[in-house]
Every structure is written in C-alpha cells, then in structure tokens.
Ligand binder design. Sequence first.
Ligand code: ADP
Ligand code: ADP
Ligand code: ZN
Length: 210
Amino acid sequence: MRVVLLGPPGAGKGTQATGIEEKYNIVHISTGDIFRKNVKEGTPLGKQAQAYMDKGELVPDELVIALVQDRLKQDDCKNGYLLDGFPRTVFQAEAMEKLGIDVDKVVDIQVGRDTLIKRATGRRVCKKCGETYHISFRPTKVEGVCDKCGGEVAHRADDQEATVARRIDVYLTETAPLVDYYEKKGKIVHVDGEQEASTVQEKIFAALGD
Ligand code: ADP
Ligand code: ADP
Ligand code: ZN
C-alpha cells in the first residue's frame, strides 16, 4: 500500500502516521522530519533548506524531489510507504509520477484555521526521538520531558503563530490544489480532522480498508 497524507500544518498528519505505519506495515516518510534532521546535523541539504523553513516557505521542488527519490530506493520501502508532507505542490506530484513513484490512496485531513493555529502553536516535539505532544491536548507526564525516552521536549522554531499563519497560507495556495488533482484521479478520501485523534484514526482505517 502506498499512501499520501495531505493536510495543512497542524492537521495531525504526523500523529496519524504512527498508527497507519503500524497497521499496514509500511514505512513513514516525513519530508519535514528529514529536513529538520539535516538542519540539526548541519548538512549541505540542511543549510539550503533552513532559510525557507524558518520563514514558513516551501523548500524548492528540485531539492525535495531528489531527496524523496533517494529515500524511496531504500529496501524498507518495498512493502509500501506513507508519505507525510510530500508531495506539496502539483509540480512535485507530477515529478513523482514521471519517476514511477506510485500512489494508491491520498488521505486529506481537513481542519479549520483556528484549530490549526492552536494545534501548531501548542505542539511540542522530543528532540531525541521525535515523539509529538501538545501542551493542552497531549501533554507529557512531566513538563518538558518525553514520556517515551526522557529526552527534552521543545517548541519547533517554525511553530510560532506568525510562521504558522504563513505556512497555512502557503498550504492554501501551493498544496491545496492537490486535493483536486487527486480527486480527478479517484484516489482521495476526505477525513474530518477536527475530532479526537483516536476517532480520526478509525475513520482513516475505515477509508483505507483492512
Ligand atoms: P507540518 O507537519 O507542520 O505540515 P512539515 O514538518 O511537513 O510541516 O514541514 C516543515 C517545513 O519543511 C515546511 O514548512 C517546508 O519548509 C519544508 N518542507 C517539508 N516538506 C516539503 C515539501 N514536500 N516541499 C517543500 N518544502 C517542504
Ligand atoms: P502535522 O504533522 O499535520 O503538522 P501533528 O500530528 O504534528 O500535525 O499535530 C499537530 C499538533 O496537534 C500536535 O501537538 C498534536 O499532538 C496535536 N494533535 C494532532 N491531532 C490532534 C487531534 N485530533 N486533536 C487534538 N490535538 C491533536
Ligand atoms: Zn523522546
């Protein structure tokens, strides 16, 4: 199974990815996570991407496409993959088709602007293992400490309100056209993301089938 998770920043893509990855035994590939890792490690790719990410803009298509193409060649993708945060432009979607990277289903997680701002500004992420929390909706047991690994839980640099607002606008202009794009291909399923995470998960499983 090859799945794409579509949805604005803060919609719950990363949160939902964990359960989907386990249930369908497919590998979760988040381009945002890959970029953040490169920024942290100071690689050439990280250096190129950082300025765009800090402003809430998209990283240029060529960089992203090369990265995904490379990642999907790895052995763990043979059983399928769950793309989270890619494609993000029609150009990226067309490029992946040309490269023979197929998609079976696209899950469109729908969440309104006010909720997105609350979710993204309250998001906290473990610096060590990447587990995601929320100050109100999914707090850690001990403030600032990851429940899973004891690592430090921090605010993402691009999760301040002004940058989140910019990212939502970028989503609406650059990424939202993909909903129509995949609708026409008959691949899209829409899920109301403004419900409890467990309810959203059930709806996604129902849409993807067993
Ligand atoms: P969110 O999960 O909040 O939607 P991501 O973690 O997916 O955000 O992405 C963080 C940032 O990484 C984006 O704002 C963008 O700068 C960059 N990025 C991630 N994926 C892509 C992509 N497919 N194309 C261009 N830029 C990307
Ligand atoms: P995305 O990957 O789409 O940017 P995340 O999965 O990181 O989104 O979720 C953004 C924030 O909202 C996180 O802090 C997460 O804990 C929280 N969150 C995710 N789904 C829900 C939900 N259904 N209800 C409440 N909070 C949620
Ligand atoms: Zn952790």
